[in-house]
Write a protein that binds this ligand. Structure first.
Ligand code: NAD
Ligand code: UD1
Length: 351
């Protein structure tokens, strides 16, 4: 690691949008631990401000927080007039694939409209270092795995389309620098399947209602909150017939963001990078590992495939290693252990 980049990081102030959410809360905790100052923004549409007290206890540091919608340019403008920031990590978005198909305009307005408003206000305040949360969903059904960043892009859902549009907007901004303007420097991070929780068990994923994603479903079934797990299909062309994904520990994912910020604060160039482990894991393997490492039962039943699921998707993460020196360190057992610790210790209001 370049010492001057680390020094720049620990002197910096970072605007984090979607800070109270699953990934945002872990990122804020780590940024504080790295010595950064944080200005946290969320509208709590899928989270609660209660998490902030736990973050401060964990990190032993406090931070600025504001209830602001990223589509509200006046509120953002006011906040950035009060707090000078050096860079922004933009997590705030709606993320349910099924909901995006039922409410396309809401998703386009929130995710694309929110990004445009945020960029406009950041530019006004001279903040042009930006980290964007994208998703492996932009690869659609990949032609080959592991998937490199140069693979063809094809978002199938409205949610996926909002991520692809976000990437394209940012590409336009980084490709063109009008005379007398500062260039944008943007790192687009395509996450594979973030799972697990902070090892303290104090923060984690707190989905509202019935979760859509596999790991929270598994943890809730293990805790007896749901009678059984539905495995969506076992006749895919994969080794055990269930779908294969690239599960990545939330702490590794967050470390990727810290590495991206360090790169930007050290005047690094714009990049688009996969954040994954490079390993494919089947649904059955994940469930079995969860039961084994935690010593709990997860009753399951194989049901019909879920519409829109692809058989296999896992990353080629070599570019992130090459340019940021980042790679994932946690294995599937760590992910299952930490997800279970969080499930067992999470506050009742988030059960
Ligand atoms: P999350 O829902 O837990 O967090 C998102 C946060 O953004 C929430 O706290 C929500 O209240 C807030 N938010 C939404 N719209 C907002 C708005 N207009 N203004 C202010 N705040 C707003 O989701 P997450 O899992 O932490 O995801 C963070 C980002 O990562 C999202 O952009 C998501 O699309 C992307 N992503 C997530 C995954 C995943 O599996 N979790 C995978 C790929 C990409
Ligand atoms: C899904 C989204 C993706 C999003 C990601 C993270 C779809 C088609 N894709 O990815 O856009 O970026 O979540 O939010 O929704 N499974 C079960 N039983 C369950 C839940 C899941 O068998 O109860 C299986 C699924 O069929 C899939 C695997 O587990 O094969 C992982 O599912 P999930 O956690 O929802 O992630 P993705 O489908 O990869």
């Amino acid at each position: 690691m370049d010492d001057s980049n680390q020094a720049a990081l620990s002197r910096s102030t970072v605007l984090v949008t979607g800070a109270a959410g699953y990934i945002g809360s872990h990122a804020v905790t780590e940024l504080l631990r790295q010595g950064c100052r944080v200005v946290a923004v969320d509208n709590y549409s899928n989270s609660s401000s209660e998490v902030y007290a736990r973050i401060e206890r964990l990190a032993g540091a406090s931070f600025v927080r504001a209830e602001v919608d990223v589509r509200d340019d006046a509120a953002l403008d006011k906040l950035l007039s009060q707090h000078r920031v050096d860079a922004c990590i933009h997590f705030a978005a709606l993320k349910s694939v099924s909901e995006s198909m039922a409410q396309p305009l809401r998703y386009l307005d929130n995710n694309v409209g929110g990004l445009l408003t945020l960029l406009r206000v950041l530019r006004k305040h001279g903040v042009q270092g930006f980290v964007f949360s994208s998703s492996a969903t932009v690869y659609g059904d990949p032609v080959r795995v592991p998937v490199p960043e140069v693979a063809s892009l094809n978002a199938v859902s409205v949610y996926g389309a909002t991520k692809l549009m976000g990437e394209k907007i940012l590409q336009q901004l980084t490709a063109i620098t009008p005379e007398f303007e500062r260039p944008w420097r943007v790192v687009v991070l395509r996450y594979f399947n973030p799972v697990g929780a902070h090892p303290s068990g104090q923060i984690g994923e707190a989905p509202r209602g019935v979760p859509n994603n596999l790991m929270p479903c598994v943890a809730q079934v293990a805790a007896g909150l749901r009678p059984k797990l539905n495995i969506f299909g076992d006749t895919y062309p994969t080794p055990d017939g269930t779908c294969v994904r690239d599960y990545i520990h939330i702490q590794d994912l967050v470390a990727g963001h810290v590495a991206a910020l360090r790169h930007l604060l050290g005047d690094g160039a714009s990049l688009t990078l996969n954040l994954g482990t490079g390993l494919g894991t089947s649904v059955r393997q994940l469930v079995e590992t969860f039961m084994q490492v935690n010593g709990v039962a997860v009753p399951y039943e194989v049901v019909a495939p879920r519409a829109g699921d692809v058989a296999q998707c896992f990353a080629d993460p070599s570019l992130a290693h090459q340019v940021l020196g980042w790679r994932a360190h946690h294995d599937l057992a760590d992910m299952c252990r930490d997800a279970w610790r969080w499930q067992c210790s999470r506050p009742r209001s988030h059960a």
